[in-house]
Design a binder for this molecule. Sequence first.
Ligand code: NDP
Ligand code: 2IT
Length: 445
Amino acid sequence: MNKYIAKILNGLQERNAGEKEFLQAAEEILTSLEAVVERHPEYERAALLERFTEPERTVMFRVPWVDDGGNVRVNRGYRVQFNSAIGPYKGGLRFHPSVNLSIIKFLGLEQILKNSLTSLPIGGGKGGSDFDPKGKSEGEVMRFCQSFMTELYRHIGEDTDVPAGDIGVGGREIGYLFGQYKRVTSKHVGVLTGRGLSYGGSLVRTEATGYGLVYMVEEALARRGESLENKTVVISGSGNVALYACEKAQSLGAKVVAMYDSDGYVYDKNGIRLDVMKEIKEVERARIRVYAERVAGAEYREGCRGIWQIPCDIALPCATQNEIDGASAKSLVQNGVKYVAEGANMPTTLEGIEVFQKAGVVFLPAKAANAGGVATSALEMAQSSGRMFWSFEEVDAKLKGIMVNIYRNMENAAREYGMEGNYVAGANIAGFEKVAQAMMAQGIV
Ligand code: NDP
Ligand code: 2IT
């Protein structure tokens, strides 16, 4: 391994011991950049990778709130402002009990390169809390969001840092967060994206990550003379990304046969009834097992891992990190999977990626494949600052153009560095090159 990269990886392990998700993401990225740092010895002299892997700023804070029973609860809030070389920090907020500094830092690091790949002027950041919205009343969710924003507001702004949603943060939470931001600052500005259409949001933002994912798969198929028509698709998760990936895949002729939530999965050999799934997940906020009670012929199985045993042509992991390990990747390959595109962030372990790449599966990594969400967030920012509102068709066409462009850029970068077909390396290199140029131009900061 290149000596500079090895030194950085060792240093990261010492300084961030125990941050396993962050170290995993850093390893995946840095091991792709050997040829780049060899071509640019000036990067080492400028300690570019030392700076790239150290967040510009990390904020951790107390979030106290009162539950419906009158009990005082305390959660921990985070915002990691990782890199602002190419634009204001941009990235989602995750509310999930598993959230810790390692998870927020891995997401922030990935976000830097993802945002660079969109070609839009956005830096990388991420935040969230170990708050669990599941099972909480509307009032509890609102009071939590208000308390969270009462601290976060002083660290963000429409030209400095613009959060959005992620796991556990959807339109409802963005609404409460925005309301509190406006209340304490008196400013109605584009400080959050994913806002409702009645108060500054953009058309297509809700659908963007899932649609963008499928647009990229469509491009990858088209390059090989294929299409989504009659392809069998398995999607993990049943949240924002999964639902709209399902919608777009179905509209392009694919058959989605399985989806899951954190309790278990449903298998519907006739193809998932998306209207029923949306009603259960978006309206009732109920568990996925209800789907099998309502749709004849559908089966529910407890536990998530079994979903990767289902034969499919295309797998779209859209739930969370490390949901496909080496063993699950092997069973997908044995059952004939040809394309894997990551809707979630880092859903495949390093071993899993190796299994797919060795088997010749077309593997489209998260920072490229799920960039449609943040790209459309940047389009929302443009509309906010320009006081404009674009039509659905306009935003959707821009989203599609961005996804095709990302595909081509990562393909070209992989080829240029002698790793044709390795989209992991291609995405890392294409994303990193622009950030590196911007950091070099801005001096030692
Ligand atoms: P949602 O909260 O809307 O949905 C998350 C889904 O994943 C739910 O079905 C949830 O099940 C499931 N899930 C979450 N954690 C686990 C777990 N530990 N084990 C099994 N299932 C789990 O989130 P999103 O759809 O917004 O996000 C999904 C993924 O996509 C995340 O990795 C996120 O970082 C990524 N992403 C999101 C973008 C966006 O615009 N929203 C943009 C780019 C990436 P349950 O309800 O049971 O918890
Ligand atoms: O992981 C991601 O790219 C997101 N959760 C979306 C971030 C955003 O700012 O829209």
